[in-house]
Structure formats: C-alpha cells, structure tokens
Ligand binder design. Sequence first.
Ligand code: UD1
Ligand code: PEP
Length: 428
Amino acid sequence: MTEKIVINGGIPLKGTIEVTGAKNAAVAILPATILARGVCVIENLPNIADVLIIKRILAEIGAEVEFEDGTMTVDTTNINTSKVTMNLVKKMRASYYLLGALLSRFGDAEINLPGGCTIGERPIDLHIKGMQALGANVKTEYGRVVANAPDGLRGCDIYMDKVSVGATINVMLASVCAEGQTSIINAAKEPHVVDVANFLVCMGAKIKGAGTDVIRITGVKQLHGCNYSIIPDQIETGTFMIAAAATRGDVTIKNVIPTHMEALTAKLEEMGVTIQEGADFIRVTCDKRPKAVKINTMPYPGFPTDLQQPATVLLSTAQGTSMITETIFESRFKHIKEIRRMGAQITTEDRVAVVEGVERLTGAPVSATDLRAGAALIVAGLMADGTTEIQNVKYIDRGYDHIEDKMRKLGADIRREEVVHTEDDDLY
Ligand SMILES: CC(=O)N[C@H]1[C@@H](OP(=O)(O)OP(=O)(O)OC[C@H]2O[C@@H](n3ccc(=O)[nH]c3=O)[C@H](O)[C@@H]2O)O[C@H](CO)[C@@H](O)[C@@H]1O
Ligand SMILES: C=C(OP(=O)(O)O)C(=O)O
C-alpha cells in the first residue's frame, strides 16, 4: 500500500515526547550479533523499516530472531551461509556491515552492494581498503562484494583517508577477532560508533579509544552473546528540537543524551531559541522568528549532515540570510526543490545553499526524495499555513519510529492516508 502524510500546519508543537533507540547504532549492532557464539538481547530498538530489513536478512541466513516491544533476541549460532545476495540488501545502506561481520566469523563473505539514501555517490572503497589491509582478498563484481581471507585476518594500522562512520564500524567488526592489534587512525567519533564499540566490548571484544580519532582493537578468539540497550537516536532528537523551534513551540524531549546534541543546541541558541537541558531531557522553546545563521556540516562533534535538511527548513523562515554548506554528501539538497514549492526562497550552488528567510511557508503537495528530506518536509508541513501532502513516505519509515504519532502527541494535525491513484498519475 502506498501512503502519504497529510499535515494541516501552523500549530505550535507543545508537550513531551520520548525518542527511541538510534537507527545508525541499531543497523550496525544487529549485524554485529553475527560475531557472537550465543544469544544477544538488544533493547531499545526503533521499530523502523531498516531494522525490520536486517531482521529478515538475519533470519534468511539461519539466525533465530524474535522482535517484540523494541527488544530483539538474536541467536546467530546456526547461521549457515556467508553469502547475502538477496534483494533486501540493496534496500539499505547499513547492509555493508554484513561484510565485516561475516568475513570475521566465516573467513569469507559475499554481499550485494548496499543501497541507502541517494544523497551522493557513497562509495565503499574505504571499507574495502580496510578489509584488504587486514589480509582479505576483496573484489567487486556483478554488483556484489566478494571477500575471503584464507590465511585469516591480521591486525594492522589502518589510516582512513576520510572520516567515515561506515568504514570505521566495518573495520571494527572485521578486526575484533583478527590476530594481533588493529589501530583505526582518523576514525569517526559519532555516538553510534561508540555505541557499537561498547556493544562489542560487552560481547568480549577488546577495544579502546572509541569516540576519539584513534581506535585500538586487540583481537580475541571469539565473542559471546550479551544483553545490550541501544543509545537514544541523536537525529530523531534533533528533528524534534528543530520541529519545536520551527513551529514556535515548547517541547520537552525525554530519553536523550544532551551532550550528543551540542552542535545543534549551539546553533539553535545562536538563532535565539531557548534550550534547557537536564540529565536525560532537552526542552526547546521558541516564540519568535529565529535569527539567520551559518551552518557547515561536519563529522561529529560537528553539525550532523543528517540534520542539515530539517535545519534548512527551520532557517527558511528565519530573519535574514542563512548560509548552509554541506561538506559530507554532494547531493543532499534535494529537499530544497520541494520546500521552494512551499514558498521558501533558497538558491544553491554546488554544496552551498543560501536561504533568504521569508515570513511563512504555505502548504503544498510535495515528495520525499530520501529519509531526512522526508523529515524536513514534515517540519515544513508543520510550520506552513494550510495543508501539505507528502508523498514517498516509505523513505521516512526507514528511520523514524511512528513519527506522525509522536507529532500528534505534541498537538500536530498530521495523519497518514492511503494514496488513491488517479488517471492523471499515469499520464507520464
Ligand atoms: C547507516 C549509517 O550509519 N548511515 C550514516 C553514515 O553513512 P555512511 O557510513 O555512508 O557515511 P560515511 O561517514 O561513510 O561517509 C562520509 C563521507 O565519506 C565518503 N566515503 C565513505 C566511505 C567510503 O568508503 N568512501 C568514501 O568516500 C562518503 O561518500 C561521504 O562523503 O554516516 C553518515 C555521515 O554521518 C550519515 O549521514 C548516515 O546517516
Ligand atoms: C543517510 C541516512 O541513512 P543511510 O545512511 O542509511 O542511507 C540517514 O540516516 O540520514
């Protein structure tokens, strides 16, 4: 069934909501369970499409998997293949983690090249270079990555040419049971990188330095099952913070780690938005048009690229001219074409967007091109006068756990409807 989200905007969001576990930690930790000899119980998982896809992939390769109320029990003891070539793999980015985990456990792996949001070219050369440095033969052919390490994986120093979340985590997965010590130099420091490292340590791995530029891993013989609870989602938290400011609302977001939000909090404060923090909550209050600011996306602890799209929408009604530079992904401005339909005044050149703040946005039919573009359009619909209809909801469902229910709890007039096709849809 194809669905759309319909929003009657202009209502300030007010109240309290809780965020769920982090998508980008969940989609790495679930493949990491392949490394365990035993049962892993993973709590605080978001109920999102990407998690359900990994669950299906794990089940198809022989794992026993149960998922209920945010907790997944995974027993990977009887996985019977290191070949993961079903179409599901292409539906998400994080399937690249199957490569590191299967190679580590079986000494070989074959996976379809991953999919994920179309926000740039997104090569996986650093993942492959990392596996090769550990002693694996890796080739890409017929849309698949094929790797094997007949002599086993051996620890070494791996210098990352770019800071990459995926490559850092994948090399961690491949090296935790390699012989000797591996150092990942110029490693990514995102909260989900640290969460995956903590999970692996809980399984018996020896990892030091996660969250810094250099991660040192001493290989162990094998890992065991464990119980683990995923960290709160930094990007879901940020999306709610932005939506609160964008609708001139007053929202308390619970179950968060405020230090993960520092880059966004600083920018919101610079815009004139009031932020209050407690040990595990953030309250965002805004009663006027924010001030224009400059944003440069950067690896953590810089401003996250995943929040650039919703932030652009917030700035579309700021006072003054904002400048947003997207340094991570070369095609992450696709949402701008859509929010221009809602009255935003934004020009782009290469990786820079210049946002001339307008008084208000107006509702329009729009379409999500990727996950955070979809989240950005929800924020736009909530702040706009009139009705906004967002098509391609499937992208939003990849990463947000019942977002419209949470927004409704904050007073938003938002609903999901089935798309009824008309003859016009078939014209071209
Ligand atoms: C599932 C997951 O966790 N997705 C996140 C992950 O994506 P992902 O792991 O794909 O992002 P990376 O951190 O790897 O990408 C950073 C940059 O490095 C480039 N690059 C990456 C790998 C590689 O082998 N070669 C290469 O050139 C990418 O094209 C990009 O320009 O981190 C991104 C950056 O925080 C987030 O936007 C995504 O939400
Ligand atoms: C880009 C994202 O996801 P993925 O890497 O899974 O495509 C995202 O979560 O914003």
